[in-house]
Design a protein around this ligand. Structure first.
Ligand SMILES: Nc1ncnc2c1ncn2[C@@H]1O[C@H](COP(=O)(O)OP(=O)(O)OP(=O)(O)O)[C@@H](O)[C@H]1O
Ligand SMILES: O=P(O)(O)OC[C@H]1O[C@](O)(CO)[C@@H](O)[C@@H]1O
Ligand SMILES: [Mg+2]
Length: 344
């Protein structure tokens, strides 16, 4: 495959002394991470930088997401500068939630920074919110490609986002520990997991941790259903059931209080919180970072804009931002049914 834009413009200049000089203008791209950090973002940064470098493009990093774009917090990245980061959690470029970027003034400042550095194409690693920022930039002629990077796995159009697999594994490991103390005391545990308005983490964690009941925001909250599931589990001898609550579905403390008033066993509540966002990325998230980063640069070189790279089945593909924004995230309700069957 050829990349016509890799060496963007090649001009022949005739100097006064009649020497012919070849002037090569490299494409300049930039990469940033935005929204909540997610394990595997560093693998994606590494992939973007090394792929851009492979195609002889200049690549800059913007620190602190859109805040750094407003503040002109930009640095040059090289293949060597992204060494030894593939295994690290968080994001070496750091990230931010930047309200100012949603305003015309903030956006104008961001565009001025891109123009100042001659940035023609931008890779945004983040969630659907971050892609809205990228879309706003594209309206002003900046070429933008998004890489799904959020533990929530709530972006319509892609099966997987970077960070989800690690977050699920982290939560399952924590719940395995909770299970030890739960079984020692014959206690019921309510565990709250992250996910913003999505039940994706809760469903995968619930399946993998053998939860007795799972509450997700995509389905109506039915306390009687939870009670019935716990009673059924107890009838067949289960003395330490675990209830998984997605943060978008209910407050785990409230669920715990409700259960205390309705079941005989002692109830404890654990909110796993931000430990789900940290830690070394799983092999899957590193691989996703590698695949997505390479594809994002390839799309920029082909002149594509306003698209998110995505995993569809086992294939890396590209989805227009408009499709991402128009569609609703759908929970994998099949997981829920299976988890319910396996709980009793
Ligand atoms: N409509 C918008 N216009 C411009 N920028 C936006 C818009 N929506 C979001 N952004 C920018 O993207 C940032 C990140 O968005 P958001 O907080 O929704 O996180 P996200 O990318 O969805 O990731 P996560 O959900 O994993 O935290 C916002 O703080 C803001 O800077
Ligand atoms: O880091 P913050 O701003 O507390 O945001 C927490 C939110 O971010 C996420 O962790 C996603 O990045 C959500 O699951 C959660 O609702
Ligand atoms: Mg989001």
């Amino acid at each position: 495959m050829s990349y016509p834009h890799a060496k963007a413009s090649m001009a022949l200049y005739t100097l006064p002394n009649q020497f012919i000089v070849e002037v090569i203008t490299m494409k300049t791209f930039a990469v940033l991470t935005s929204g909540g950090d997610a394990p595997g973002m560093n693998a994606a940064i590494r992939s973007v930088v090394r792929t851009a470098s492979f195609y002889e493009c200049r690549i800059l990093g913007i620190r602190h997401g859109y805040q750094g774009m407003i503040d002109d917090d930009v640095l040059e990245l090289t293949p060597g500068s992204v060494g030894d980061i593939i295994q690290r959690g968080g994001t070496v470029l750091q990230t931010a939630r930047c309200e100012a970027f949603k305003t015309p003034v903030g956006l104008a400042k961001g565009i001025a920074t891109l123009q100042k550095h001659g940035i023609e194409g931008l890779v945004v690693i983040g969630g659907d919110g971050s892609f809205r920022g990228a879309y706003a930039l594209a309206q002003y002629g900046i070429q933008v490609i998004g890489i799904p990077g959020t533990i929530d796995n709530d972006i319509p159009g892609t099966d997987e986002s970077i960070g989800f697999d690690t977050a699920v594994n982290t939560a399952v490991e924590a719940i395995d520990r909770i299970r030890d103390t739960a079984s020692s005391h014959d206690r019921t545990y309510v565990v709250e997991v992250m996910g913003h308005r999505s039940g994706a983490i809760a469903l995968s964690v619930g399946m993998a941790a053998g939860a007795a009941s799972i509450l997700i925001p995509e389905e109506p909250q039915d306390p009687d259903r939870v009670l019935a599931q716990l009673n059924k589990a107890r009838e067949r001898g289960k003395k330490h059931p675990i209830v998984i609550v997605a943060e978008g579905a209910a407050c785990a403390m409230d669920v715990g209080e409700f259960l205390r008033n309705h079941i005989a066993s002692e109830v404890r509540v654990t909110v796993l919180g931000h430990i789900q966002r940290g830690g070394s990325p799983s092999a899957r998230d590193r691989i996703l970072g590698g695949l997505y980063g390479t594809e994002a640069v390839r799309l920029l070189l082909e002149g594509m804009t306003n698209h998110m790279v995505a995993m569809c089945g086992a294939r890396v593909t590209a989805v227009p931002f408009t499709e991402v924004f128009d569609r609703q995230h759908e929970a994998n309700l099949f997981y829920h049914r299976i988890a319910d069957i396996l709980a009793v």
